[in-house]
Structures are given as C-alpha cells and as structure tokens.
Design a protein around this ligand. Structure first.
Ligand code: PLP
Length: 468
C-alpha cells in the first residue's frame, strides 16, 4: 500500500455503539461520501480562533483584523488547493454547501446570458446539480452516458459534441460532476471543457465527490465554475465553496444583496464593491468554518494530494475487486472504470434497506443506502432489475412499498481514515449476511418507504450523546 505515513487525526474513530445482539463494537465509518468524520485539525483551528473571534470587514480592532485577514487567507488557500491561478480565478464562500453554490450559478448565468436558454446536464448528477438548472425557464437536455443500465459509465463525449454542434449558441453551460456520488465513476472534465469552449459554452463542475480524493487542477483544465462542500473535506460546519473565473464572477449580478457587498448606497441607488469575492459574499460569512476548512486543506496539501490519491485509489480498487468476487453481489457502473471514493452495490437476495440495517445493527458498520439524492441515475442503473420485478404475487396496495424496497443500493465510501483492515471487516460482514440473511431478516419489519426497522433494537440517541 503506498504511503502509509498519511495519518491525520480524526474525531470519532473510536466511537462505539451497542449492537442488536448485545455486543459493543467500534463503529466502522464507511459513509464519507455523505460526510466524512471531522478532522482534529479543524477543531484545533476553531479552538485557537474563538478567543479572537470577531466579525470581519474591518481592521478597527485587533480581533477584527485577525478575523478579516484569516478569512482572506482562507480564500487564497482554497485557490491553492484547487490549483487555480489567483490572477484568473476567485473563491467565494457560499452559505451552505455545494447546493447553495450551484443554485447561485444557475440563477446568475440565467440572468447573465439570457439568449442561451439550453443547459446540458449529465445523467449521473446529484439533485443539487440537476434541479437548480431546471428553474428560470431553462430547457435542460440530459447528456447520455456510455453504456446501458447497470454497466453505464462516463458521459458520452460524441453525444456532447453533437449537441454542441447542433445547438451551440443556445447552450449556456454544461453541468457535470467530476465524480459520481453513487458509483464513484469519474467524468473526463478536461475533454468536456475542450469541447464546450469551442462553442463559448461554460462548464460548471460539481466537485463535491472529488476534492477530498484527488488533486484538482483548475487552471490546467480551464473549468469555468467549480463548486464543493467544506463538510466533505473533514470540516463540518464549514461553508460551500465556489471557485470561478474572475470575468465570469464579475458578469454575475450580486445576488444576495446586503451589507458587505456594496460600496455606495443611497435611497435611490447602490453600487457593488469592485471585487469578485466581496461582491458575492453579502452579510456575515461563515468565518470560523471557512478558516477551519482552510487549515484542513493546508494539512492535506502538506501530506501531498498525489500521495492521498494513490492511497485512495489503491483502497477503492481493493474494495471493488473484493466486492466483485462475492456471489450474488452486483457492483454498479462500468466494471472497467476505476472508482473514486464510493462504490454502490446490491445483493440479489437482500434488499438494500435490510442490508444497510443489518450492517449497522449487528456489525456497527455505517454505510448509506437508497438513491443518494440521484434518483434518475440510480433508476437508470437499476432499470433492468426494476422492469423484471414480478408484482403478480403482491397486493395492489403493497406494490409501491415493494418497489421502494428494490429501488436503491448500498453505498460504501472510503475516506482518509479508512484502511485495508476496514475493507476486510466489511467483506467479512457481507459474507456473513450472505450466508445467514434469512435469520437476520426475521428480526426486521419492512417499512413503506423501503427501509427496514428492527423489531426490538432501538438506539437511544440521547444516551449516546450523554444527555441522560
Ligand atoms: C456530487 C454531489 N453534489 C452535491 C451534493 C450536495 O452537497 P451539499 O449537501 O453539501 O450541498 C452532494 C452531497 O452528497 C454530492 O455528493
């Protein structure tokens, strides 16, 4: 395994939970694609900052100066982390995560380029990089993927080229994720930019699932807008991040107006600050979260993003190969493609909801299941299985909940704190469930939404938090 020296500290690696069969087990966290555990560095930074905490946009007293300068530093660290030349790109912290950043872009580009009404959206997107583009009277065209059903892969570049040729001047931008949050499949961002830019079409990249796993080379790729969430980089409570080419940010009207983003205001008029970042950050920013995030990014850069990527890709390949070797397990997505961070699978005899529940309740293994806020993509990966469902023995009023139990997958995702031992622990649990699933199933009742509830085991969350 390359570079075993990478050992940043995380909070919660030794958290234990009771299990349904009376054990107490250390929780194994395989849900980093949703939110990984928090970095100890983030917490240390917050603890160091809070005694100096002050609102920003001022140098009038010492704490204001410290907060203002630290926030400016955080913007620069983000640019360094994604390898964006600060002469060409600017960074904006948005209120919430990726979702807020994409809504801002969708709104802004609609207003800035009113004659271009078409938006191309890849067919493998999280709802955050799909639904915002459907608004504002845009017409969304979905970019097909290579391959079909469970084996589908990256977006189809020939089709992209054809659509660009056909509709060039009507297309405002292409929205695509660098890595799918379902299958971990990676899109060819550089090639997408090369095609799009021939037609003055902009490229919006949702990097929520790639930034923690591989280096981002923004200046080299020429991506126009890149967005991600700080919480996916081991920093809960941190903001969303938008990095964009400066002229494009300048062309967007300031959208959330208020204090901080304006230079002059009269009763009749106002003028936005002549700075791409400040103009987009009205109000009090998430100062503490942004600075904590930057300190974590610095730490990751210290370890070296190439080294992190090597470790990550060796682990995910190991997980994929071990999963593929188990009978009755389907791993979704083109089997030839490498994965980044996440893998989704199903067992042909155990519903996704039951599988994830057993992993949690009996093995303290945290994975995620259902459709991962990517319903159209998950449905297309499951198309064949859903079509083949035999509903003849299911009462009509039960059919919807039956389909819900089948519509979904189990997703295991890896973070910096995971190791080869963790993969072995998961694989052992999967093998045990494969052999004994009928015994486990007796303890569960399926719910209408597709989940399974244990008949007697209930976690007391207040007790876990030490509140009683
Ligand atoms: C690819 C992708 N895009 C967008 C999002 C939304 O991120 P957030 O909830 O931080 O806004 C996620 C979250 O899982 C994601 O995986």
């Amino acid at each position: 395994m390359p570079n075993m020296q990478i050992t940043p500290n995380f909070i919660g690696l030794d958290t234990t939970y009771p299990t349904a069969d009376g054990q107490t087990l250390t929780r194994l966290h395989l849900d980093g694609a949703a939110s990984p555990l928090a970095s100890a560095t983030a917490l240390e930074t917050i603890q160091k900052l809070l005694p100096h905490y002050s609102n920003t946009h001022s140098y009038v007293h010492n704490s204001a100066e410290i907060s203002t300068k630290a926030l400016a530093w955080a913007h620069q660290v983000v640019l360094k982390y994604v390898d964006a030349d600060p002469d060409d790109y600017a960074c904006v912290f948005t209120g919430a995560g990726t979702t807020a950043a994409i809504n801002r872009i969708a709104r802004g580009l609609h207003l800035a380029r009113p004659t271009r009404r078409l938006v191309l959206v890849s067919s493998m997107e999280h709802h955050a990089n799909d639904l915002p583009h459907r608004q504002f009277g845009n017409e969304v065209v979905y970019l097909p993927l290579n391959g079909e059903g469970p084996d589908s892969g990256t977006i189809n570049l020939d089709e992209l080229q054809r659509l660009c040729q056909q509709h060039g001047e009507q297309i405002n931008y292409i929205a695509v994720s660098s890595v799918s949050n379902v299958t971990g499949i990676k899109n060819p961002i550089q090639k997408i930019c090369d095609i799009a830019h021939q037609y003055a079409i902009l490229v919006v990249v949702d990097a929520a699932q790639s930034v923690a796993h591989e280096p981002t080379r923004l200046s080299e790729s020429g991506v126009d807008f890149l967005v991600f969430s700080g919480h996916k980089l081991y920093t809960p409570m941190s903001p969303g991040v938008l990095v964009a080419k400066k002229p494009l940010l300048r062309a967007l009207d300031g959208q959330d107006l208020g204090g901080g983003s304006v230079s002059t205001v009269s009763f009749y008029d106002y003028e936005l600050v002549n700075d791409e970042t400040v103009k987009e950050e009205s109000g009090t920013p998430n100062i503490v979260g942004a600075i904590a995030l930057a300190s974590v990014l610095e730490e990751l850069m210290k370890y070296g993003l190439e080294a992190l990527q090597l470790k990550d890709s060796a682990l995910i390949t190991e997980l994929k190969e071990k999963l593929e070797s188990i009978d009755n397990i389907t791993v979704y997505g083109d089997p030839e493609l490498p994965r980044v961070g996440a893998i989704a699978f199903n067992h042909s005899h155990v519903d996704h909801g039951l599988f994830a529940a057993i992993l949690n309740d009996y093995f303290a293994i945290a994975v995620r299941n259902e459709c991962f806020c990517a319903h159209p993509y998950v449905s297309s990966l499951l198309k064949d299985e859903l079509w083949q469902l035999d509903l003849s023995h299911i009462a009509e009023d039960q059919q919807e909940s039956y389909i819900n139990r089948k519509r979904g997958m189990v997703r295991a995702s890896l973070s910096l704190y995971n190791s080869s031992d963790d993969i072995d622990t998961l694989i052992r649990a999967i093998n045990e469930i494969t052999v004994n699933h009928q015994n486990y199933a007796k303890h569960y009742t399926p719910q209408a939404d597709g989940s399974y509830r244990h008949n007697s085991f209930v976690l007391d969350w207040k007790l876990e938090l030490g509140w009683q």
